[in-house]
Design a protein around this ligand. Structure first.
Ligand code: SF4
Ligand code: SF4
Ligand code: SF4
Length: 281
């Protein structure tokens, strides 16, 4: 299966993660990826992985041209799925900063808003993550039929959740003396692994850092309005802790979580259909 990687506006973290899969991938089948394979255009391939959001006129042109030459398109990473970090450029102050510097070089023209790639081309599958971990790329390219998320990050994490441990306030720092076996929520951390789709091996909570939900909502929430995920998380914290729900609600609105909590938000106010869970890997 020949594949190519089209990089739109993002941070290149998705590409680095793919390369970190190293010898487990047959890179001889990689036909295009500007970071490592020199070619002018995306050639005809079986699978095109698209990373990054549509932020500039150059992104839009490249995506349209490439889509006509490939059999299958996979949106890889939060930026391609919902704009992600690239979408932060929609902020007025950042946009002004960029526009003020356009005279200094030949830079692509910014579009009014950053858009997910499925606003422009038909997407066959979505691989969420920021970035998706290397093992997900291995599965995607070597045995795609095995790549189905059916559970949540907690199942891969394995930390204990004793009923009688109930923190009363959110911890705002990760303590060096934190219990390595105890669920981070039970230590007052804002970990959203309880409703985040599995597949990453719980790399963050296993290392002591709360899951921020980059893999997106689990299957039972993914086709619902993003508020359903939001409400579900507040209920989980009410069930597992004695922390005031208003405090949880405010903390969940932090920008680094909002990027991920709303990445599959429904399109009810647009002409686009919501993403069916069968397409989300
Ligand atoms: S999804 Fe994350 S890792 Fe991938 S390009 Fe966007 S910001 Fe970078
Ligand atoms: S630390 Fe997070 S991912 Fe691990 S069990 Fe607790 S809530 Fe789930
Ligand atoms: S643990 Fe959560 S934040 Fe970390 S990679 Fe997995 S889904 Fe993403």
């Amino acid at each position: 299966m020949r594949f190519a990687v089209l990089q739109l506006t993002g941070c290149a973290g998705c590409e680095v993660s793919l390369l970190n899969a190293g010898e487990e991938l047959d890179l001889a089948k990689l036909a295009y990826m500007p970071l490592v394979v020199t070619a002018h255009d995306v050639p005809g391939v079986d699978v095109l992985l698209v990373t990054g959001g549509i932020r500039t006129d150059e992104d839009l042109l490249k995506l349209r041209e490439s889509a006509s030459r490939v059999k299958k398109i996979i949106a890889v990473g939060t930026c391609a799925i919902s704009g992600g970090v690239a979408g932060l450029g929609d902020r007025h102050d950042i946009r002004e900063l960029f526009l003020a510097n356009t005279h200094q070089g030949r830079v692509p023209r910014m579009l009014p808003k950053c858009r997910p790639i499925d606003t422009e081309v038909k997407v066959d599958n979505y691989l969420p993550g920021c970035p998706p971990v290397p093992s997900l790329f291995v599965q995607l390219l070597n045995e795609p039929e095995s790549l189905k998320s059916t559970s949540i990050v907690c199942k891969e994490c394995g930390r204990r959740k004793p009923k009688d441990v109930r923190p009363t306030t959110l911890a705002h720092e990760i303590h060096k003396d934190a219990d390595p076996e105890l669920c981070l929520v039970k230590q007052g951390q804002l970990c959203v692994g309880t409703s985040t789709r599995n597949g990453c091996g719980a790399i963050c909570p296993r290392a002591g850092f709360p899951c921020v939900g980059c893999r997106g909502p689990s299957n039972n929430l993914i086709e619902k309005d993003a508020n359903a995920w939001f409400s579900s998380l507040i209920k989980v914290f009410a069930h597992m802790t004695d922390i005031d729900s208003q405090e949880i609600s405010e903390a969940l609105k932090s920008p680094h979580l909002a990027l991920f909590l709303f990445q599959f938000s429904d399109y009810s106010d647009t002409e686009l259909e919501s993403r069916p869970k069968e397409k989300v890997l």
